[in-house]
Ligand binder design. Sequence first.
Ligand SMILES: [Zn+2]
Length: 431
Amino acid sequence: MGMKFQIDDACWLGDDGWFHRGTIRIANDRIAKLESDYASDAPSGDEIVVPGLIDAHVHLREPGQAYKEGIANGTVAALKGGATTVLDMPNNRPPIATRALFEQKRALFARKSRVNYGLFWQTTDGGAPAPETAAGAKIYMAQSSSLPAIGNADALARIFRVQDLVVVHAEDEREFFHGVEKSFPHRGKLSHHLRRPRAAVSAALKSIETALRKTPAKARPRLVVAHCGTVDEIEWVRKMKRAGYDVWAETCPHYFLLTEEDYLRRGAALQVNPPLRTEEDRAAIFEAVKNGGIDFVSTDHAPHAPAEKAGENPPSGIAGLEWLGPILLTLAKRGEISWKRYLEISGQNAARCFGIEARGGIRAGDWADLAFVAFGKAAKGVREKIATRAKFRPYEEFDFAARVRATMVNGQIAWSNGRARSGVRGREVFA
Ligand SMILES: [Zn+2]
């Protein structure tokens, strides 16, 4: 754009995990120069600047089900949550498993997305490798679109040979329970978390491991276990990493803030795949978020229309994009995670994993993707409007201590004080 400006007297979270006070100079969509007057290990005031977050797992439902969210509206939710890059999943209607559909979806994002973006490719057994411009390939071991689930280790191994990077939904649907149990709540049906037992997770991990071992080391893809929600996944990823496999772990705020008890109490609104689990699982995920074991936190933003959630057969999914930054920032501000760790799980690691260049940090030469954050009084007592069309606050019982006041995408303020600026569009990060 050729625009040059500066942010004076800013307190930004540097790549070294320290807070710097000084001037951020921006030129041509990028951070041109950082002039740090002094640095400290904690914020020196109630307002800070952090790197725009990278949410590596969202479902904006367009094309096909834009009434549930849509790219324009979903990326407003992203900006409200401080996220400046999203990676969108391919289980659209129809699923993004052909070149033509992939290109159509790219064109839609180019026109509508208010944040930077990358798109996933949906794998099929025998299907083509993900396009060069894709974030990676998504494998569903439980059906999530019109395409069948990838069932067994042989099918996985065939896919592993073809793809460079796979994100796996690790629940083996053959382990799901389809019976009806009258003694359970929720309209006489077995509760969601019991219909999808954790045995489905361990079965999936077993198949993945078999398939990885079967695949020659050179042909193995990088593998991300999506939305980890159990102790089993944390232990498995740790074991595989130790054995030298290129395996990464993602989780979402609901897996370390909520449990199956919350689901039983609050009902269909908290019905999600994979389901919320026990307090022991939640505590293990939280521990891995704090101290390692989880590589990055995404939202798995999966909105549904309120009427659908209130219906006889509610669909699974939680919309969380607009609370991602506020949750992680609150944890760091309270000292539950270090600021260095905050940087890793909110963007740095996802950028490394997916090969997103010059984003996820505040460094000279990077794209100017920034979130302007307020703590303390400025964060409280704000009557916020829900951005997502899901119109539901999954984290209403969380004690927020941080709020995003404004979000900058490639050097342009894209959102501030509750309003998105018209005309600001993100860039495709793998183009
Ligand atoms: Zn998902």
